[in-house]
Structure formats: C-alpha cells, structure tokens
Design a protein around this ligand. Structure first.
Ligand code: HEC
Length: 152
C-alpha cells in the first residue's frame, strides 16, 4: 500500500513538472515588450478597449513579412511603423508611399487604423498595401494592442 502511494506521488510530481515546463516555454515565445507601461498606452484608447497584446503578437505574423516596428529598423515592402500611431498617413521618412495613401491625408487614430486593418482598399482605394484585411473585430483589437505597445 505504501508503495502505491509512493508511486502515485511520483507520477503527480512528474505531471506538475511537465505542466510547469510547458508554461515556461509559452512565456519564452510570447515576449511582448515589457519595458513600456502597457496599461498606460492602452488605457488612452476607448474606454471599453480589451485588446490582448499577446494574442496580437501571433496575429502580427500576417504583417511581419512587410513591416518592422522598432526605431531605426529598415523599411521592408511596407514602411517601418515606429511611432506611426497618431500621425498622418505616409509620415515615415524615406519610404516610397503611393500617392493615394499620401493624398488621403488621414490620421492614424484608432478608428482609421481599425478600418484600415479591416479592409485597406476600402479605406484608401488603390493604395499599394497588398493585404486582404482582417475581418474579425476581436482580432483587430488584439493586433492593435500589440502594434501600439511595440511601436512606442
Ligand atoms: C505584402 C506586404 C504588406 C503586408 C502583408 C502588410 N502591409 Fe501594411 N503596408 C504595406 C505597404 C506597401 C504600405 C504602404 C502603402 C501605400 O503607400 O499605399 C503599408 C502601409 C501600412 C500602414 C500605414 C503606414 C503609414 O506610415 O502611413 C500601416 C499602419 C500598416 N501598413 C499596417 C499593417 C499591418 C498591421 C499589417 C498586418 C495585418 C500589414 N500592414 C500588412 C505592405 C504590407
């Protein structure tokens, strides 16, 4: 009897170890920038904003081939997005924007960014960002949370 209890304990112990290991792995892959006060950045948005930046990081995989986010990083097919939020469309230096995007004169506030991500061609027809759009509003909210934290 004592032997069985002992074995049971061991099994439980191993299970706990495996579970912890998995958690650790998860934290490693999802390393959303922590040096900025995330709550402060996101609390400036809508009152009911509930974007999840960690989920947004995964959605950003759809953008990563064309955009960089950090200060000083080179443009890719699309412009580097450092500090773009709150600025007029087409403000990143030394990027060759389409005249359609430049002429739009829109401001990257929350609503315009949300509409852009939902369907770029509907917001600015003939712009040159080749992206079909993200139709799920919750996905866009999470992606925006990630974008705003990572580009400040
Ligand atoms: C195939 C490449 C490509 C993909 C994928 C892509 N973009 Fe773009 N993006 C561009 C290009 C090119 C432009 C400039 C468009 C123009 O000048 O008409 C742009 C412009 C932008 C702008 C406006 C920047 C400014 O300075 O005004 C934002 C914001 C943006 N993209 C965000 C995103 C996000 C977020 C995603 C992922 C959901 C994404 N893009 C996916 C290529 C891409």
């Amino acid at each position: 009897m004592k032997n069985i209890t002992h074995k049971l304990f061991l099994v439980l112990f191993m299970l706990t170890l495996t579970a912890c290991g998995k958690d650790e792995q998860k934290n490693e892959t999802i390393d959303v920038q922590s040096s900025v006060d995330q709550t402060q950045i996101l609390s400036n948005l809508r009152d009911d904003f509930a974007g999840d930046p960690e989920r947004g990081k995964r959605l950003y995989l759809q953008c990563r081939a064309c955009h960089s986010l950090k200060k000083g990083e080179p443009h890719k097919i699309g412009p580097n997005l450092y500090n773009f939020y709150g600025k007029q469309a087409g403000s990143q230096e030394r990027f060759n924007y389409s005249s359609e995007l430049l002429d739009s004169k829109i401001l990257w506030d929350y609503d315009n960014l949300d509409r852009w991500l939902e369907n770029p061609q509907a917001l600015i027809p003939e712009n040159k960002m080749v992206y079909v759009g993200m139709r799920n509003p919750k996905d866009r909210e999470d992606l925006i949370a990630y974008l705003l934290i990572e580009t400040q």
